[in-house]
Design a protein around this ligand. Structure first.
Ligand code: HEM
Length: 491
């Protein structure tokens, strides 16, 4: 009897000790904010704008710090030297994504951006790199040019709806370059279906909204009536698959009827056997490119509008450069950008000022690693804080000011004497072997449309009705419809 009580007491104490220690930071990890038993730092991580809190912790604990989400180790890196050394140079051990049961259940694990490393991801990645390289993307320029022209027409007719017009244009660029289907109106079937399912999909993946099934796997067995993510996942899965398959079938039908239009998926279908892709992988590769490109390019353009409305001197200087070089008798073309150093600087500064994915997409370590004397255990989630890199006072003169001039005298826009070890000008596209494969397509869309907008329109901050002062614009408060107005110079 006594022996049984002793064994049970030992087991209970052992379990309690394990639970109590779950949230504590193991020795050897990079420093970080103090933890609470069990929770770790869970209670301190905001669900919105986490990158701002991470940037504060970076100032306090340095370019690499750690957090505990109960027993899960999170590493946040904000120092270009460490990003290069850790994420770019040790690609193999850093190429995985954190497990996501929700993504797995919704997409069958074929969503390239969220897929675990392995043969499936490698085949998808090889295909994307093969067909989205710089030269291949130049073949899609006629459609980009056409969409950019329709965007100007729409803006001229209804400037007050500029947010929607930009969203339509980038959705149409992606739908036509990837699947060969245009979207002349936002209400068109494929675009509105995509927008509807994409909102649900993003909400489903939002951290902290649903039960943390990846940390506590037992939570997966909670019945559906108490686990709404299961219902939402099934709904998204059904709508997403139907949409991506409809788009793929449409493309196959055109190929069969000899009505090719040179879109990305035609090439994928042609080489499907050679590239070792299943039908599921082909449909989802197209869908993931659509997801990766439509929203991001739209947000880049909307943030550009926000920046130049807020900084009229920048707008005037960029417009003068464009007017002097291009004039008024023709539209800008993609080749013009080589001759427009200030416009190039404006584009870089928009990405620096408002990085679209401030924490990029997390990576996951597959082996124990060490860096700068710290131990990084296998299974750690790694975030790169792009926002903190781009807003560091050690690297930039007045980082909170929108100042494209910083890029005229320095490749990375950094201040004189700043340590530029490991610096790149495209941190906003991620890093290592997972770096965004859509860089060239995205850059072409952004460059083409920014040149056109500067060439054709004036932007200013909207007045606040009866109040004298203009509507303030906060970096984290992005509601451009309420804050910006635009007009054609001739109107
Ligand atoms: C301004 C536009 C864009 C930005 C800022 C952007 C940013 C990113 C970032 C930060 C990542 C994660 C990289 C990492 O894990 O280190 C990523 C991945 C990805 N992006 Fe983009 N992206 C853009 C446009 C596009 C476009 C146009 C496409 C498709 C044509 C695309 C397709 C993808 C795909 C498929 C991945 C997953 C790569 C992988 O996991 O191997 N993106 N992007």
């Amino acid at each position: 009897m006594l022996a049984t009580i002793a064994i049970w007491s030992f087991l209970v104490l052992f379990v309690l000790n394990r639970v109590y220690r779950a949230g504590s930071r193991e020795s050897g990890l990079p420093p970080g904010p103090p933890t609470l038993p069990v929770l770790g730092n869970t209670h301190q991580i905001p669900t919105k704008f986490a990158y701002l809190r991470f940037a504060e912790w970076c100032k306090q604990y340095g370019g690499i710090f750690s957090l505990k989400l109960t027993s899960q180790t999170i590493i946040v890196i904000s120092c270009p030297r460490l990003i290069h050394d850790f994420m770019d140079e040790r690609g193999g051990s850093m190429v995985d994504r954190p497990p996501s049961r929700i993504a797995e259940m919704t997409t069958n694990g074929v969503h390239m951006a969220l897929a675990r490393s392995g043969p499936l991801w490698k085949s998808l990645r090889r295909t994307a790199l093969l067909l989205l390289n710089r030269e291949a993307c130049l073949q899609h320029m006629p459609i980009q040019q056409a969409e950019a022209t329709q965007l100007m027409y729409d803006l001229l007719k209804q400037p007050e709806d500029f947010v929607e017009h930009i969203e339509r244009a980038t959705a149409s660029i992606m739908l036509s370059t990837v699947f060969g289907v245009r979207t002349p109106r936002y209400s068109d079937s494929f675009a509105s279906r995509f927008s509807s399912v994409q909102h649900k999909w993003q909400a489903l993946l939002e951290p902290g909204v649903h039960l943390p099934v990846d940390i506590f796997s037992a939570l997966e067995y909670i019945p559906e009536r108490w686990a709404s993510w299961k219902t939402i996942s099934r709904d998204v899965r059904q709508q997403q698959r139907k949409l991506y398959y409809d788009l793929m079938n449409d493309c196959e039908r055109r190929i069969g009827e000899n009505r090719r239009n040179g879109c990305f998926l035609e090439d994928v279908i042609d080489q499907q056997g050679m590239l070792g892709l299943t039908t599921d992988m082909v449909a989802y590769l197209g869908g993931v490119c659509l997801e990766g490109g439509a929203g991001t390019a739209a947000i880049s353009l909307q943030k550009f509008v926000l920046c130049i409305s807020r900084y009229p001197d920048v707008q005037a200087r960029a417009q003068k450069e464009i007017d002097d070089f291009i004039g008024f008798t023709r539209l800008p073309s993609i080749q013009d950008i080589e001759h427009l150093p200030y416009a190039q600087a404006v584009i870089k500064e928009v990405h620096r000022f408002y990085p679209i994915a401030p924490l990029a997409v997390p990576h996951f370590t597959t082996v124990d690693e060490s860096i700068d004397g710290y131990f990084i255990p296998k299974g750690s989630v790694i975030f790169m804080n792009v926002y903190a890199v781009y807003h560091s006072e050690d690297s930039y003169e007045q980082p909170e000011v929108f100042m494209p001039e910083r890029y005229l005298g320095s490749e990375f826009g950094t201040k004189p004497g700043a340590d530029t070890t490991g610096f790149r000008s495209d941190f906003h596209f991620g890093n290592g072997r997972r770096i965004c494969p859509g860089i060239h397509l995205a850059n072409n869309a952004i460059i083409m449309n920014i040149m056109n907008l500067l060439w054709g329109f004036n932007f200013s901050i909207a007045d606040k009705g009866s109040h004298d002062s203009p509507v303030p614009i906060q970096p984290e408060d992005f509601t451009p419809t309420k804050t910006v107005q635009m007009q054609h110079p001739a109107s």
